[in-house]
Design a binder for this molecule. Sequence first.
Ligand code: NAG
Ligand code: NAG
Length: 127
Amino acid sequence: MFSFTSFFFALFALFSIAASAPLAARDVYVPPVLYPNANTVWKAGSRHNVTWDTSNPPAQITNKIGMIVLAKGDFLIGLNEPLAKGFDILSGRQEVTLPADTTPGDDYSVVLFGDSGNNSQKFKITN
Ligand SMILES: *[C@@H]1O[C@H](CO)[C@@H](O)[C@H](O)[C@H]1NC(C)=O
Ligand SMILES: *[C@@H]1O[C@H](CO)[C@@H](O)[C@H](O)[C@H]1NC(C)=O
């Protein structure tokens, strides 16, 4: 069991560095991921819609461009090759294709990034 808070702030720090942009004066908004969730099983190489809850956005969002990265355990994997990027964070849905060589495991999550990151529940990937 890992600490969500430390995971979240590790992601926040990582992304801040990656984006090398000042975050202080921004409206930080990343909606919670609805799918995949704890009941989800995805096959490596398959295509799915990641969905998230856009019902409560703030009036102003600085960064509306989203990115989805796969994580395993506490680690982001494939940060250099996101599952998706360049989509509208208010769309609530984005198709992604899992790499066919994804190692099976039950501690995967997807992280939705806008100004910061919000991760899905842990789900399972099979061969
Ligand atoms: C992440 O999602 C939670 C709800 O699960 C929400 O309370 C929080 O504000 C979101 N984080 C950001 C940075 O928007
Ligand atoms: C994702 O959702 C769109 C719109 O509902 C649909 O057209 C598409 O077939 C879905 N993709 C998958 C992989 O289910």
